[in-house]
Design a protein around this ligand. Structure first.
Ligand SMILES: [Fe+2]
Ligand SMILES: [Fe+2]
Length: 282
């Protein structure tokens, strides 16, 4: 635990987790480029979704392995909610992936690829390093979720309504449980070398595979050589102020010795996203 955060603050955050078993429906009237009519933005998210089901199953297993060593009641309860949330994310992204693959996008093969990689991790990495991997990727999902939540929400409004709902839901829950794997790691393993070196490896793998997957999706869309789309997409993500450019300082915080996910408290904004996009499930 860091000096800047009290145990009460973290325990309160852990108590806020809520498992929302929403069933999303992806109907045929959803346009092919459901995010701002833009292949670049749509397929970047679609490529991410491709790897979620197998990735999230791995997160669950890696945390579950250490579950019995946790004594703090707030964290024990949070672990159960974390598992419930990630299991339902996997299920709903599997449904979204089915919708994308019916339209000819190679999301199933992305998921199989992630599954193979996760099995390599299960077979060749220590449980401690597997947990460090989950904590690292959870930092990625947390800062991406934070971007969705802390942005002006216009990006979500540019999506087809059911797509906005699933991404808002996922962002809300990733934000709610962002410290669970990290706190389990701190309570059980707490090895800085393993934590930091695994973040470096996770970063390399995440960026490499997401880029490859995105290009595969783009090739399928027929927009690979659409220069205007490329310029707009690169500007949106890497321009000034680009989405990814703004995430870099947040990403780098993970390397600080006193880092804790709740040093950044965005729960007030999470509430407004819930109100606008989750309705009865808020
Ligand atoms: Fe998730
Ligand atoms: Fe997560």
């Amino acid at each position: 635990m860091t000096a800047a955060l009290s145990a009460d603050t973290v325990a309160a955050a852990h108590h806020k987790l809520k498992v929302r078993k929403i069933d999303f429906e992806f109907t045929d009237d959803i346009p092919e480029f459901w995010y701002a009519g833009d292949p670049f933005r749509t397929l970047l998210l679609a490529a991410l979704s491709g790897g979620f089901p197998e990735g999230e199953r791995f997160f669950i297993d890696s945390v579950r392995h250490f579950q019995d060593r946790i004594t703090d009641p707030a964290l024990k309860k949070a672990i159960r909610s974390f598992i419930g949330q990630e299991a339902h994310h996997a299920k709903q992204h599997h449904a979204l992936n089915g919708f994308l693959s019916r339209r000819g996008y190679p999301v199933d093969s992305i998921d199989r690829g992630v599954g193979k990689l996760m099995n390599l991790f299960r077979n060749y990495m220590t449980p401690e390093r597997q947990l460090a991997h989950t904590a690292a990727i959870e930092h990625f999902t947390a800062i991406m979720a934070e971007h969705v939540i802390m942005g002006d929400l216009d990006e979500l409004r540019k999506m087809a309504p059911e797509m906005a709902r699933i991404w808002a839901w996922h962002a809300v829950e990733e934000s709610e449980h962002k410290a669970v794997a990290f706190d389990v790691y701190k309570e059980t393993v707490d090895d800085e070398w393993v934590r930091i070196s695994q973040m470096m490896l996770a970063t390399f793998l995440f960026l490499t595979f997401s880029s490859i997957d995105f290009l595969r999706m783009l090739r399928r869309s027929g927009h690979m050589t659409d220069l205007k789309m490329w310029m707009n997409g690169i500007n949106h993500y890497w321009g000034r102020p680009g989405v990814f450019r703004r995430l870099i300082p947040k990403y780098l915080r993970y390397y600080r010795r006193d880092f804790h996910p709740w040093q950044e408290d965005n729960s007030a904004r999470v509430d407004s996203v819930k109100t606008e996009f989750l309705g009865e499930w808020a």
